[in-house]
Design a protein around this ligand. Structure first.
Ligand SMILES: Nc1ncnc2c1ncn2[C@@H]1O[C@H](COP(=O)(O)OP(=O)(O)OP(=O)(O)O)[C@@H](O)[C@H]1O
Ligand SMILES: [Mg+2]
Length: 254
């Protein structure tokens, strides 16, 4: 299912994720088979609570699956310890979050430099150059010495994109990157992601917004923790909207 034609950079087979809270078990992801091709741009959509952020966290090695196997750049990662996972993540993955997640007490330049602080292979002078290049690539070179609270939301997200790119990771993961932005700023941030895709990076983006999802090459639909095809997805959504569906009561759809 969902096999791309290019060589896969992310490969998930039979991935499941169960959260245990006291005596309650939540099966948040079930039997996920997903291969993302190197250089591909995918969007991940689906109703609130269906497991999109959980899936992105597994892709980004922020969390570990309960079952199934996961390969990144052809390497099996099952059973890798915390420190090793962090190293792989730091080298290969850049994150952009809905809420920007910048550190208010650090300057723009220091925020962008953060992922490099774990890279012993990059000298100080080179770090300064990489930070300047990353900020220039998102049009924020003029705000290097500012602090995040002094920037607009759109500017903060552009800085967050620079932070994601600074270590030159091959994979960019974005969780609702336009969710806190107005349409104009959302378009600017989407333009940056599209540029990164055009430059050869693999981009996986969670979005509720079909306008932005359509900029991706492929959309994965999640429903209740499972990948479903577009046809099933639309059918379930239409049934849900007419009150007949199986979405949980009170769920926010779009
Ligand atoms: N650490 C956790 N412990 C327990 N349950 C969790 C945890 N993280 C997520 N969940 C549950 O997993 C389900 C999926 O959450 P997730 O954040 O992946 O959804 P989502 O599709 O990203 O939703 P949204 O569109 O609202 O961001 C939710 O029911 C949530 O309560
Ligand atoms: Mg989410």
């Amino acid at each position: 299912m969902h096999a791309p034609t290019r060589s896969a950079i992310i490969e998930m087979e039979g991935i499941g994720k169960v959260f245990r809270t006291g005596a309650i078990e939540s099966h948040v992801l079930t039997d996920i088979h997903l291969a993302v091709g190197a250089g591909e741009f995918i969007a991940i959509g689906g109703p609130s609570g269906c497991g999109k952020t959980t899936l992105l966290s597994l892709m980004g090695l922020l969390d570990i699956p309960t079952r199934g196997s996961f390969r990144l750049l052809g390497e099996a990662l099952d059973g890798l310890g915390r420190a090793a996972r962090a190293r792989v993540r730091n080298r290969h993955i850049g994150f952009v979050f809905q809420a920007f997640n910048l550190i208010d007490d650090l300057s723009v330049a220091d925020n962008v430099a953060l992922p490099l602080s774990f890279r012993k292979d990059i000298a100080w002078r080179e770090r300064t150059r990489l930070v300047a290049t990353a900020l220039a690539s998102v049009g924020m070179a003029h705000r290097t010495r500012h602090f995040p609270p002094q920037l607009s939301g759109g500017q903060q997200q552009r800085v967050a994109v620079a932070r994601a790119l600074v270590g030159n990771p091959p994979i960019l993961l974005a969780d609702e990157p336009t969710g806190n932005l107005d349409l104009r700023n959302g378009e600017i941030v989407m333009g940056l992601l599209a540029e990164q895709h055009a430059a050869g990076r693999t981009v996986c983006m969670v979005t509720h917004d079909d306008r932005f999802a359509s900029m991706a090459e492929r959309t994965i639909r999640l429903l209740d923790g499972r990948i479903v095809d577009e046809c099933t997805f639309r059918q379930m959504r239409d049934e849900s909207e007419s009150g007949l569906g199986t979405f949980r009561a009170g769920e926010v759809l779009w």
